[in-house]
Design a protein around this ligand. Structure first.
Ligand code: NAD
Ligand code: DAU
Length: 332
């Protein structure tokens, strides 16, 4: 039994991991989360009080972080500014949380000798052409495009440096695009579902040819737990579930599942510097650590996600207007 500290555990993927760990292990979990616009305390409702604690605080607060590291065995670091469009509008919070925040945690891991797992993204590798047969591997050179992905790349490099220079006991994972319940309405899939549910038309950037490699958030959580249990210190593992789809096909599938005409969406101004394609080769994680994704049917995973948004308007409703106001300012 371990005492696990999860940063960013009130966000989309972090909260999924917290539920997953409490359901599948006997560990106790503490969440450290600043509850930014992207954090939602309600995503952690119903967890067992004797095994779960919530701490409202910032990962840049070195004193608080030090006190928490002193009483935990391992730390899983999800907290981040996570949305590309926001990073194009105002990069500063991305530098603060993704770089300074990660640095603050690494210094605490160094002082306390704490096992540390850093959650990162496939976007650190840049993008691939549509007709390129290649996929990202652990050996692909870093080539990030946006302020978001460059700060994530910077945070990965800090982790690598703290492992090599100071012997910090860390692993890193880089995962592809997640979908599932509890994702903020600013992100692509929830935005389109909740647009339809509120009588708006879905919004596709540019021609919609961009490809993302979709994985269910539960599969991401099982992969992270596998790395915590079997991963080798200093190693990086790519997490993906062979889910490449272009954005146009995803929007059309959402419309079909919601009983709408397949062309009932708008093309809007493209994202500046928009990455064309991400694709993950997760052979290392599968062969060396024995992990396998469980959600292989995207259409049924998407249908369940749509049902979740239909049934949880109280969870996403308060955020919807603010997210759309931010998009309107950017012409999207
Ligand atoms: P999210 O935006 O839904 O959640 C981020 C959480 O971090 C929120 O609860 C927020 O309140 C918290 N947070 C932000 N700044 C903080 C700070 N300074 N101190 C403490 N807490 C703070 O993000 P997400 O989509 O769940 O992503 C989580 C992690 O996974 C990120 O590191 C992201 O880079 C990575 N990732 C995401 C995806 C994806 O598809 N969403 C894919 C691969 C990797
Ligand atoms: O690849 C992993 C990354 O996936 C994570 O690191 C990020 O935290 C996460 O936000 C996600 O980044 P993307 O930029 O790929 O996700 P987003 O949901 O913003 O957009 C997915 C695709 O959909 C992208 O090609 C842009 C497009 N898009 C997005 C929105 C919000 C649209 O066409 N219309 C939209 O309204």
């Amino acid at each position: 039994m371990s005492r696990v500290l999860v940063t960013g555990g009130a966000g989309f993927i972090g909260s999924n991991f917290v539920h997953y760990v409490l359901a599948n292990t006997d560990h106790t979990v503490t969440v450290l989360d600043a509850l930014t616009y992207a954090g939602n305390r309600a995503s952690l409702d119903g967890l067992p009080a004797d095994r779960f604690e919530f701490v409202h605080g910032d990962i840049r607060n070195a004193e608080l972080v030090d006190e928490l590291f002193a009483r935990h065995d391992l730390v899983v670091h999800y907290a981040a500014e996570s949305h590309n469009d926001n990073s194009l509008h105002d990069p500063r919070p991305f530098l603060e949380t993704n770089i300074i925040g990660t640095y603050t945690l690494l210094e605490a891991a160094r002082r306390h000798g704490t096992r540390f797992h850093h959650i990162s993204t496939d976007e650190v590798y840049g993008d691939l052409e549509l007709d390129d047969p290649a996929r990202f591997t652990e050996d692909t050179p870093y080539n990030p495009s946006s302020p978001y992905s460059s700060t994530k790349a910077g945070s990965d490099l800090l982790v690598r440096a703290w492992v090599r220079s100071f012997g910090v006991q860390a692993t890193i994972s880089n995962c592809s695009n997640n979908y599932g319940p509890f994702q903020h309405v600013e992100k692509f899939i929830p935005r389109q579902i909740t647009n339809v549910l509120t009588g708006e038309r879905p919004k596709l950037y540019g021609a919609g040819e961009n490809v993302r490699d979709w994985i269910h958030a539960n599969d991401h959580s099982s992969a992270v737990l596998t790395i915590l249990e079997k991963g080798v210190i200093g190693e990086t593992y790519l997490i993906g579930a062979d889910g490449e789809k272009n954005n146009k096909d995803v929007v059309e599938l959402i419309l079909q599942l919601l009983g709408q005409e397949p062309d009932a969406y708008d093309h809007v101004v493209d994202r500046p510097g928009h990455d064309m394609r991400y694709a993950i080769d997760s052979t290392k994680l599968r062969t060396e650590l024995g992990w396998m994704p469980q959600f292989s049917d995207f259409e049924s995973g998407l249908a369940d996600t749509i049902e979740w948004y239909r049934a949880h308007t109280g969870w996403w409703g308060p955020e919807k207007a603010a997210a759309e106001a931010r998009y309107k300012e950017q012409g999207q």
